[in-house]
Design a protein. Structure first.
Length: 121
């Protein structure tokens, strides 16, 4: 029974506590994911005070997944470039393809603005 308690992780996201089963070897990753999501939710909530927390959570989730997919695509592109070009040429291609952080924030704000407008309908 004490083993089962070791597999339970408590996360606090957007002021709500969640108790989740998680194998010990994955707990640090789950805790980090919860912290990232909580910070994203808080950031979006500050920018859109009138948006319900459910919509803020969806926006935060979309933002995190978008960032993950962008990083995954950049890593894939980087690996392909390195295998087919010299190191110097690969470094130039990777620096050209990096997403500007302000562009990512603009995408988040654009999504927030669009959802805010939709919620007014």
């Amino acid at each position: 029974m004490s083993e089962d308690n070791q597999d339970i992780v408590t996360l606090k996201i957007a002021g709500i506590e969640y108790q989740l089963y998680c194998p010990p070897e994955e707990q640090s990753t789950l805790i980090e994911a919860g912290e990232i999501l909580d910070k994203r939710i808080k950031s979006i909530k500050r920018k859109t005070r009138n948006l319900p927390i459910e919509k803020v959570a969806v926006l935060a989730g979309l933002d995190v997944v978008n960032e993950f997919l962008s990083n995954e695509e950049a890593s894939s592109t980087e690996a392909n470039d390195e295998s087919s070009a010299t190191d110097e040429k690969s470094a130039a291609n990777v620096s050209d393809e990096k997403v500007d952080p302000s562009e990512e924030e603009n995408l988040s704000l654009k999504l927030v603005d669009e959802i805010s407008e939709l919620s007014k309908l």
